[in-house]
Design a protein around this ligand. Sequence first.
Ligand code: AHM
Ligand code: MG
Length: 334
Amino acid sequence: MSTQTLAQFLEQHQAQHQLDAQLIALIQQIAASCRRIHQAVRQGALGGVLGSLEQQNVQGETQKKLDVMANDFMLEGNQQGGCVAAMASEEMDHHYAIPAEYSKGPYLLLFDPLDGSSNIDVNVSVGTIFSVLKAPTGTEITDDSFLQNGRQQHAAGYAIYGPQTMLLFSLGHGVFGFTLEPNRDEWLLTHVDIKIAPETAEFAINMSNFRHWDEAIRHYVKDCLAGTEGPRAKNFNMRWIASMVADVHRIMMRGGIFMYPWDKRDPSKPGKLRLMYEANPMSFLVEQAGGKAINADKAILDVDPQGLHQRLSVILGSAQEVQTVADYYQKHKQ
Ligand code: AHM
Ligand code: MG
């Protein structure tokens, strides 16, 4: 087992791919912020961190105490050090400008500080998702500065707070996974150049929404459920953790397909998951690992963002299986 630390890995990776020193420093800062979030999460009821607050976020969702703490840890951990020009998060209506006392850097950082909030109080894995873009130069930073498509990402990743705390990220040269060594409190490289198996017999979707989906997804899932006797001619297993980070992590480790498609519960919402700090970073990782990520008819990374908190359908994972879903969309368009 490799005992390369995050710092050692980053030094080598930077030299190998001629990466910007400030980008490397930013990854270190994000990793340190995630370590702080990990410490709060693992305290649970002992730390008085469970439960909800009275307030709602911009999405109209009640915020958990840990949502707000994790958001603060990300802001505090990344505003110093001169790597970022501004930050944006699921938990804030608008972007966060770096306070005047700190120097600004060349990057924009977006994050979902604690994804899978509904799982916080029941001790199921949650995580932090992040995306790094370049800040426009010579102009004032506004919310619109963040509206760059997913291909513009310079880095993306997540930390998962599960039985082990892990950090997976990509700087555009493959996906690498680190496990937090509990005794040394240090990130150690444990998963090198992660690849998602192209084929799978495991799907993840919230089945309770079956009746609300469009035709394409209903047919696809029906055909999976029909098993060896159906048109897919194989048996499928189903998993749904309701923490995107945990569902995507399983796919990173053993393949699979994750779907949160549009549904007609609230026709004004074009999906549940958010493009800028959930779908884009996860799609960047999935593509870097050889998988595929679409929002129905196009690659998520090619979607031109219209708003900081924009939602969309997300289908990602094993390349061949995602292509199969794309074919169902194509077929049911007519
Ligand atoms: P959150 O960012 O408010 O936690 O919402 C996103 C989460 C995803 O992690 C997960 O895939 C999905 O919402 C679960 O939704 P549902 O409760 O409808 O199954
Ligand atoms: Mg989320």
